[in-house]
Ligand binder design. Structure first.
Ligand SMILES: CC(C)(COP(=O)(O)OP(=O)(O)OC[C@H]1O[C@@H](n2cnc3c(N)ncnc32)[C@H](O)[C@@H]1OP(=O)(O)O)[C@@H](O)C(=O)NCCC(=O)NCCS
Length: 152
């Protein structure tokens, strides 16, 4: 089980390697580069929850939860803001691990619901999120579909 995924914080030691996590070219339209998300996390340090998924010594995915209970818009209060699984490491369970990590953190913070937004389209993450148990709420925001999952 040496390669069992684990979650790590972003540190001065791993931040450069983290920025090398790249999705496939045809997926780039669906998620910001890791460096952009880390800049956002810096600016929104009180609400952003950026983490890396490691397999062995290597960071294979980046995920950013967002926890802003005071946000006016309900679907910005608790959920997944970003998820980038490196193209070489997709379909190996790391995306699921990252989603479950954010949902566990949401539960830890007392939430009973989490959301995610994605851009619809071929090569997008909709089928993945549905597989993870998110259901479409029927809302959309800035052209993005909104999914929600109940936490118990
Ligand atoms: C979408 C993404 C996060 C999935 O990550 P992943 O590590 O490949 O997913 P996993 O291996 O954990 O897959 C979990 C399950 O979802 C399924 N799945 C993964 N990607 C899928 C897809 N594109 N379509 C349908 N099912 C998919 C897997 O087959 C697996 O199914 P299982 O329950 O039968 O085992 C990854 O492809 C990615 O980073 N895409 C580009 C960026 C992106 O769109 N991010 C989301 C922004 S909101």
């Amino acid at each position: 089980m040496d390669n069992a995924p684990r979650l790590e914080a972003v540190t001065p030691e791993n931040v450069t390697t983290a920025c090398r996590i790249k999705v496939a070219p045809e997926q780039e339209a669906f998620v910001a580069p890791v460096a952009d998300s880390l800049a956002e996390a810096y600016a929104s340090y009180a609400t952003a929850w950026p983490r890396l998924v490691y397999a062995g010594d290597e960071p294979v995915a980046f995920v950013m939860g967002g926890f802003d209970p005071e946000a006016e818009i309900e679907f910005f209060r608790c959920g997944i803001w970003r998820l980038n699984v490196d193209a070489r490491h997709q379909r190996a369970g790391y995306g699921r691990f990252a989603v479950e990590a954010v949902l566990a953190e949401a539960r830890r913070r007392g939430s009973n619901r989490a959301t995610v937004m994605w851009k619809p389209g071929a090569n997008g993450p909709e089928d993945f999120y549905r597989r993870m148990g998110f259901e479409l709420t029927g809302e959309e925001f800035a052209g993005q579909t909104i999914g929600a999952i109940a936490l118990d």
